[in-house]
Design a protein around this ligand. Sequence first.
Ligand SMILES: CC(C)(COP(=O)(O)OP(=O)(O)OC[C@H]1O[C@@H](n2cnc3c(N)ncnc32)[C@H](O)[C@@H]1OP(=O)(O)O)[C@@H](O)C(=O)NCCC(=O)NCCS
Length: 157
Amino acid sequence: MRPVSGYHIREMRREDLDEVTALESACFSMPWKYKDFEEVLTNPDRFYLIAEVDNAAADASERILGGCMLTHIAGEGDISNVAVHEKYRSNGIASSLLSELIRLGEARYGIRAFTLEVRSRNIPARRLYEHHGFVSRGIRPHFYERPEDDAVIMWRA
Ligand SMILES: CC(C)(COP(=O)(O)OP(=O)(O)OC[C@H]1O[C@@H](n2cnc3c(N)ncnc32)[C@H](O)[C@@H]1OP(=O)(O)O)[C@@H](O)C(=O)NCCC(=O)NCCS
């Protein structure tokens, strides 16, 4: 784990698309592509937050430390693409991103209930979500590929 001296959280902009796509590829076996994130920029029911180092000019390859997305669907919030670069994990970055995602989702859309799906074997992510008040409400057997895994459906209401 590499300590992080300072970072802030803000919404993704067009100039972030390459680095967000690289973050996604580094963290997931079936990553979203550039065009998927580009679509988010024009979708009023979606936003993607990034954690950006305060001294961004120091090392452009590590300007964006992590990110996560919210999709507003009929009054509920679907959280996805929660990712932090491996060497910066266990610094509380995902936790900060999630807190801000929930705060903004409530403020912008009036969301009261948030949901997400997580691989059953992804213990760090499941602990992170439990930490933020999410509880397991169901299983989708064999939902994931590469590698095969069940999805745990979690809700925070
Ligand atoms: C899951 C992930 C986003 C966590 O990011 P992170 O920045 O390291 O998480 P944080 O440092 O904010 O940790 C917050 C809480 O999550 C839990 N947690 C995080 N990493 C953990 C680990 N390795 N083991 C157990 N619990 C863990 C803990 O409860 C932690 O709180 P604590 O430090 O007070 O105990 C990161 O591991 C990641 O990017 N994984 C790959 C992508 C992924 O699986 N995303 C989730 C898809 S559903």
